[in-house]
Write a protein that binds this ligand. Structure first.
Ligand code: ADP
Ligand code: MG
Length: 237
């Protein structure tokens, strides 16, 4: 079991600390240092935009913060706990309960309905079907999809699919929502709606929000803007 305190979503203060985080890749015989000794503290409820050139390492950074990838060096603390000290089962449980992900390409299950996709994390966690369904319906209504509950993913527009992805990411009320170019393949008007929704949900649910984006309008909606340059985080954009 993961420490219960890690799964609660109500404390103030420091939530994530990156300490000396470095990550590189070896490809075709050469070494690429993508993240270089990054130190950064994130407070509960913060909203942070991460911008930077394509290929600079934004997704690499987000994946490490989301514990999908491990740093080569350095430590990721979540509420003071070094989460990479967990074994793989504990880490998976922690991730399922505490972190929500939204990607540019939503990774929804196309053969299933919106409702089934949003229920999935609750079912994995072991909740009763009836409870999972009730919560998922409420979350889908919250993101504006009341009339789309039984639609299969392929029957939905890009913006609707991204709303489903958002509902699925938030269904377990994660302490942290990580979004990697969430509106990268949506038109301007649809993007603006999703951006507004992200900000509203942050205010309502109090989750910490970290968004990788190329969209300057979205970045400006968030409290903090960071630019990844040469393996380091700089304030501003
Ligand atoms: N698994 C991997 N193996 C080798 N190189 C990788 C791997 N993942 C990412 N990279 C390289 O690391 C750099 C940063 O990638 P990424 O974090 O995806 O950038 P961004 O999200 O800022 O566009 C890129 O040059 C990319 O090719
Ligand atoms: Mg990327």
């Amino acid at each position: 079991m993961v420490d219960q305190s890690l799964l609660e979503n109500n404390d103030q203060g420091l939530i994530i600390r990156l300490q000396g985080v470095s990550k590189g890749f070896n490809s075709s015989g050469s070494r690429l240092d993508v993240l270089k000794d990054i130190d950064y503290d994130i407070m509960t409820g913060d909203t942070i935009a991460v911008v930077g050139a394509s290929g600079i390492g934004k997704s690499t950074l987000l994946n490490i913060v989301g514990t999908l990838d491990k740093p080569d060096k350095g430590t990721l603390y979540f509420k003071g706990k070094d989460v990479f000290s967990y074994n793989s089962d504990q880490l998976a449980e922690f991730r399922n309960r505490s972190i929500g992900f939204v990607f540019q390409f939503h990774h929804l299950l196309p053969e299933f309905t919106a409702l089934e996709n949003v229920m999935m994390p609750s079912l994995i966690k072991g909740e009763k079907r009836v409870d999972a369904s009730e919560n998922a319906v409420a979350m889908l209504i919250r993101v504006g999809l009341k009339e789309r509950l039984r639609h299969r993913i392929g029957e939905l527009s890009g913006g609707e699919q991204q709303r489903v992805a958002l509902a699925r990411a938030l269904i377990l009320r994660p302490a942290v929502l990580l979004a990697d170019e969430p509106t990268g393949n949506l038109d301007k008007r649809t993007s603006e709606k999703i951006h507004a929704l992200l900000v509203e949900l942050n205010l309502e649910l109090g989750m910490t929000l970290i968004v990788v984006t190329h969209n300057i309008d979205l970045a400006k909606l968030l409290k903090m803007q960071l630019t990844l340059v040469d393996g380091r985080l700089e304030e501003g954009m």
